[in-house]
Design a protein around this ligand. Structure first.
Ligand code: HEM
Length: 107
């Protein structure tokens, strides 16, 4: 497709690559970065924020449904390790991505 319409569609396509709709139906920026301070502030505000493999997940709305218990999540909250993610099934991993909110700011 060429011309203005083509440009508009490709622009919208690019936008969609950078945004997604999270579990709460909110539009979220994929590349958003959070510092450790940001994570602490969200946790202090009562959110259940997981840091795993430098990716950040807000599982506040999910934790009570977790088949592996609330405690399993709470115990591992700040570990930033792969293990707590890796052993989950493919379906569970897809579910994790619904709660993904951004990456850890490393510098
Ligand atoms: C630190 C984070 C987490 C830990 C340590 C953890 C731990 C566990 C454990 C121990 C089980 C096994 C339960 C059993 O078989 O009796 C389990 C199962 C499961 N977890 Fe998690 N979990 C975590 C986060 C999450 C998150 C964020 C999601 C999804 C949003 C999730 C989804 C599931 C599902 C669907 C199962 C059922 C088994 C499967 O499909 O793999 N978990 N989890």
């Amino acid at each position: 497709m060429v011309g203005f319409q083509g440009k508009l569609f490709s622009y919208i396509g690019d936008l969609k690559k950078n945004y997604f709709t999270n579990a709460m139906g909110n539009i979220q920026i994929k590349s958003k970065k959070y510092s450790r301070q940001d994570i602490l502030e969200m946790q202090n505000a009562g959110k259940i924020i997981l840091l795993v493999n430098d990716k950040i997940y807000d599982v506040t709305e999910y934790i009570d449904e977790h088949p592996g218990s609330r405690e399993a999540i709470l115990r591992n909250i700040d570990k930033n390790n792969k293990e707590s993610y890796n052993f989950h099934s493919q379906d569970a991993k897809k579910l994790w991505e619904k709660y993904f909110i951004g990456y850890l700011k490393t510098i």
